[in-house]
Unconditional design. Structure first.
Length: 63
């Protein structure tokens, strides 16, 4: 018998998400496909909340 709570305790997997920006190691920030810094797009910031970089410190924000 499987305990009821185990139905919710295990991760179901992360949904595939496509970010409209990528990290530019030369500039050390996230950039949009057109080359602008990702933080310069207010609609993107409203949609994702932040553009935290995966490079270096986990607390580094591109602002």
């Amino acid at each position: 018998m499987r305990p009821f709570t185990l139905n919710y305790a295990f991760a179901q997997g992360l949904p595939n998400a496509v970010t409209p920006y990528h990290f530019d190691p030369a500039r050390q920030l996230n950039v949009l496909p057109d080359g602008r810094p990702a933080v310069s797009d207010p609609e993107l910031l409203l949609a994702v909340g932040t553009t935290t970089s995966t490079a270096g410190s986990a607390t580094h924000f591109d602002d």
